[in-house]
Each structure stands twice: as C-alpha cells, then as structure tokens.
Design a protein around this ligand. Structure first.
Ligand code: SAH
Length: 346
C-alpha cells in the first residue's frame, strides 16, 4: 500500500545517526537500526527487539520499510524457483533461484520492464515502468538466499543481474545494492560471485571501470556484425560494436578482468560461417569467453534455435582459436523462468 511516510532504507547510516540525535537519542541507535535493516533484513520495526517499544513506535510514526513481497512462487521440475515479487507501489518483477549440484544462483531484476527492445526477449515487450531501488534489488537477493537455505540447505553462492531490465540503465541503484550485498554490514558476499549482464552500454561500461568495481561483466553480444546485431537488438544502432569494443578494451585495461559474452545462435539469423568468423575476431580484442545459451522461445516464429551442426561449428571454430566456450542449458523453462522469458505472465 502506498504511503506518504518515507522509506527508512533510503537513509544512509550517517543519516540514521543524525536522525536519532535530532530525536534527542544516542547516534548509536542509528547503527543498531542500520544493522536491523540491512544485515538482519528486518521487515518490521517491531522485529527490532533490542530497541525499546517507544523507539520502535517512534520509528513506525516516521517511516515505513517497503519490503518486497513474494506474490507467487513457482517451482520447476528441475528445481528452479521463480518468484513474482510485488513492490510497494503494486508493480511486479520476477527473480529466479537456479540450483545446480555445486551452487545456487540468484537471477535478479534491476528494472520494472525494460527500455531496450531486443526482439527475442519477453521482457522487452513490457514497457519500462521504473528503476528498482537499491533495497528492492537487495530484498530479491535476501529472499532467494532464504529460499536456498530452506529448499537446498545451503546459502546462495552466486548472483547474476540477468533478470528484468538493463542494469547499466539503473547504474546508481544497482551499484548501491551491490555495495550492500557485498558489505560485511549487509550480506557479506564476495563481488567475485556477482555478474552484471548488459546488452552493452559503452559509456556505462567505462564508468564501471573507472569506479573500479570488483564484480564480473557479461555482455549480451549475440552477433559481432553490426547489421545483424541491429536487426535483433535495435539499440545497437546507437551503440555500435566499434564503441562497445572500445569500452571493453578500456574495461580490460583498467580491471584486468575477462569478459563473458552471452550468445544465442538462431537459425538463419547468425548461424553462418560469416557470423562465426566475426565472433572469433571480436573475441580477440579483449580476453574473453563465450557462453552459448539456448534460445528460450517466447511465442515468436521469427526466432528459432539453430540446429546442432551450427552450434558444433561455433564451438569448434572458437576452440580452434583458443577461445573458451561453454554451452549453457536453460533452466526453469517449464515455468517461464529461463533467460528472456520473464514477463510477469502469471
Ligand atoms: N539487459 C541485460 C540483462 C537481462 S537479459 C542484458 O541484456 O544482458 C539476460 C540474458 O538473457 C541476456 O544475455 C539476454 O540476451 C538473454 N536473453 C533474452 N531473451 C532470451 C531468450 N528468449 N532466450 C535466451 N536468452 C535470452
């Protein structure tokens, strides 16, 4: 329910300390509340049991905690869990828990809908309504961490920003969320276990490099030929491959971290030798590896997964050129939880 009270998690620790001082209390209370809000992920003031009833009531009178709510949860027959998450203003995003034998990965959303227009992605059909706040991103991770413990007896091990939205078009909030996820005062997760996936916004890739971020970068490439890429990812017209290449070179020079290219091979779109040669060439600009991902159909006849020969050809050519290539099987397809299928269908 929308309310005019301010969301307390918009306040920094310093601002919380100042708030308590202004109330004539000790600044230290601010630290206690901060710990409840982030490290302990409290959803209600009444849960903050080391504060007096009076203090809790006072907080209640001034603030709200806009914690996300899981509206619906679906479990796939491969163990994948998809949450439809309701935000304080009633909008919905989806996040996914992907278990494997050795890890549990959270796939989180960064925006409600998406402003990009990738022709093969279900989320692109939803209008971009708004950016998620840092706490809304954080809450998705907390929720999946709890589900991981509950269903798989282990905490979350990895996070990928591959849910709804383009994380680099909500840069500040994504960075703030990652700051909290990695801080010892938050979830204390290693940034090495976090991957931000982008369709490739050159200016923001350079900004990330300048900001000396410690997480991994994945780029949804899908084609290394401008004409082809623009036909399936129209924004490529404004951010052509030459600019992307330059930004990735800048990223590598600064961070010395390898880039992952996400790549789907479609029949008749990017399954020819010319497409493969272009990818091999592109991969040589910057140390990188290729993740070939399975196409997850979104009721669009124009896009069909390429046949196995084409995939094999890609793999052989990449390997011959000493480029690391992984083939990723899709997870959670039966519940529309796989890459590019998040569209608030339920
Ligand atoms: N906007 C970001 C993150 C969200 S998309 C990005 O573009 O990277 C997450 C990944 O799913 C991207 O690699 C995207 O290209 C891929 N994807 C989108 N639709 C897909 C589909 N129908 N099948 C398989 N992968 C898809």
């Amino acid at each position: 329910m929308a309310t005019s009270k301010k969301d307390i998690r918009a306040l920094s620790k310093e601002q919380l300390r100042e708030f308590f001082e202004k109330q004539g209390d000790k600044a230290f209370r601010g630290n206690q509340v901060y710990e409840w809000l982030w490290h302990k992920a409290a959803q209600r003031f009444e849960d903050m049991t080391n504060l007096s009833k009076e203090t809790r009531d006072m907080l209640e009178a001034h603030f709200v905690i806009n914690h996300i709510k899981v509206d619906a949860m679906q479990r796939s027959n491969d163990g994948t869990v998809k949450n439809a998450v309701r935000l304080h203003d009633g909008l919905i995003v989806e996040s996914v828990l992907i278990p494997t034998a050795t890890r549990t990965t959270a796939c989180v959303s960064s925006q409600v809908g998406c402003s990009l227009d990738c022709k093969f992605c279900a989320t692109a059909r939803l209008k971009r309504m708004r950016n998620l706040n840092p706490d809304e991103i954080y809450d998705q991770v907390v929720t999946i961490n709890n589900e991981s413990k509950l269903y798989f007896n282990r905490p979350l091990s990895n996070i990928v920003f591959m849910g709804m939205g383009e994380p680099l078009m909500n840069y500040n909030n994504v960075m703030k969320a990652i700051e909290k996820i990695t801080a010892s005062e938050g979830l204390g997760m290693s940034p090495k276990r976090i991957t931000v996936s982008t369709s490739g916004v050159p200016k923001m890739i350079k900004k990330m490099a300048d900001d000396d971020v410690k997480f991994n970068l994945a780029v949804s490439l899908h084609s290394a030929i401008d004409e082809v890429r623009t036909s399936i990812m129209p924004f490529n017209e404004h951010f052509p491959l030459e600019d992307l290449r330059e930004a990735l070179e800048y990223w590598y020079a600064k961070t010395k971290r390898k880039i992952s290219y996400e790549y789907v091979v479609w029949k008749g779109i990017n399954d020819s030798q010319k497409d493969i040669d272009a990818l091999v060439k592109f991969c040589k600009y910057v140390p990188s590896k290729v993740n070939i991902i399975e196409y997850n159909p979104i009721d669009d006849g124009d896009f069909k997964q390429a046949n196995n020969d084409a995939l094999e050809n890609y793999i052989q050519c990449l390997e011959k050129n000493r480029i690391v290539v992984n083939v990723r099987r899709s997870r959670g397809k039966d519940i529309d939880a796989a890459c590019g299928q998040l569209a608030n269908k339920s």
